[in-house]
Design a binder for this molecule. Sequence first.
Ligand SMILES: O=C(O)[C@H](O)COP(=O)(O)O
Ligand SMILES: [Mn+2]
Ligand SMILES: [Mn+2]
Length: 562
Amino acid sequence: MNGPSSNDWVLPAHPKLLKGKTLAVIVLDGWGEQVPDQYNAIHVASTPTMDSLKEGAPEHWRLIRAHGPAVGLPSEDDMGNSEVGHNALGAGRIFAQGAKLVDHALETGKIFEGAGFKYIQECFSDGTLHLIGLLSDGGVHSRYDQLQALMRGSAAHGAKRIRVHALTDGRDVLDGSSFHFMEQLEKDLEELRKQGVDALLASGGGRMYVTMDRYENDWNVVKRGWDAQVLGEAPNKFKSGLEALKHLKAANPKFNDQYCPPFVIIDDSGKAVGPILDGDAVVTFNFRADRMIMLAKALEYEDFDKFDRVRVPKINYAGMLQYDGELKLPSRYLVNPPEIDRTSGEYLVKNGVRTYACSETVKFGHVTFFWNGNRSGLFDENLECYYEIPSDQGITFNEQPLMKALEIGEKARDAILSGKYDQVRVNLPNGDMVGHTGDIKATIIACEAADKAVKMILDAIDQVGGIYLVTADHGNAEDMVKRNPKTAQPLLDKNGNIQILTSHTCWPVPIAIGGPGLSPGVRFRADLPDGGLANVAATMMNLLGFEAPADYEPSLIEVVES
Ligand SMILES: O=C(O)[C@H](O)COP(=O)(O)O
Ligand SMILES: [Mn+2]
Ligand SMILES: [Mn+2]
């Protein structure tokens, strides 16, 4: 759909709700609602502010859906994530997301007929096809069945030599599952070899230490991947992926999938089996954008000064999707990304709403880029300010669970008190980023820090007579163990230890509204029990005194005579 003509951007005034109240929009990253037991870090944490909001139920506090089809994912079994969550929050409508679009392109075979694949195919006669991405079935950044289909389809369409550069997960799936995925990958590669394709694993490393950094937090992460994938150099050299994982784990009691050190696979003569060379094709097979953009820049940009690439091979490179529509990065891709247009951010700015958005680096793109439909930059520099607080680098966040929550709270407070903004939007990363480490104690501290930051912002809203909307993008910290789906009891591993859940969840998330500026008659509607994140944009527009566009998912609020 094309954008409306300039007149169509005008949002009608809400018949009952006035403009002019400062609205704070707080997104608690990874903050869902689940049974209140000892493995629910949010429940165990002391969170007086979030608890007090709950007392407003059902009129001012409720739960909304943040997973599966409600955020454009293929099935009810798909947990939510930041990309789809913030896309839905900002866009006010549900778009089929990358996971679903790639499924469709593979099922119909259309992926192999597109211009992106044809471009890759140009290298098949003389070069190697390199596939780089996350080895996982988490469905957040990638899915293993899609990699399988891509390998098989590429072979069927003429690829003679395939090299896989695998990033181990342990963040969207259980820690330790890299062994299972590696075993499966090695079997699948062997199957291809039986069919006459020279198919091998070429390199590997853990996603958080190798390649998958985001928002330019730490280019060393991408460099480590570049050295292994492109140059064929890494401190660790092995004959197979499984051997690599076994050795690296045995050598380090703290080994985990997310932070596995980089390794390359070598042949009998000690030579790396799959560096990326001139004339090769490269596909980054993750569908999700944030953690592929930095590598895409390194692979595609001629001018590049983030690290010394040493050798820049002349390759035909395509992303599974285009990761950044504004930067047109990468310029070639296999599947068209969702076209997320007419986001609430764009509407509001075109209706004069002054916006301040803030988070720390690791989530900064979430409240800006994802929120605006995977679009970089400001809509209007006169009306908007996006403020990034640098994240700590090179640590796992259980070492520093407070992260920058209080700094984000302070920035938001100052923006609210300045009177310069109508909307102040933040993402508080703690529950999610620390939840992903699987460290329950640290996650409890993280949740307490996020709660304090919420309080700072709500206090500022109190002072200026404004309104707040507090919600989350998906669950994480509320469930830190893998459970038996029938009994909800924690599952044990073969050694009798509780299986820690580092991933997101499928639980709903809270949404709360309030503040002195909220008209007394405003309450959550009772007729939208299945409401989800996509209903939030219209709700925000109403709170700012506007009607939402007709095709937005309906607002969660109504105004009754009080
Ligand atoms: O990229 C990550 O850190 C995880 O895979 C998903 O977390 P997010 O969706 O909250 O960013
Ligand atoms: Mn998130
Ligand atoms: Mn997360």
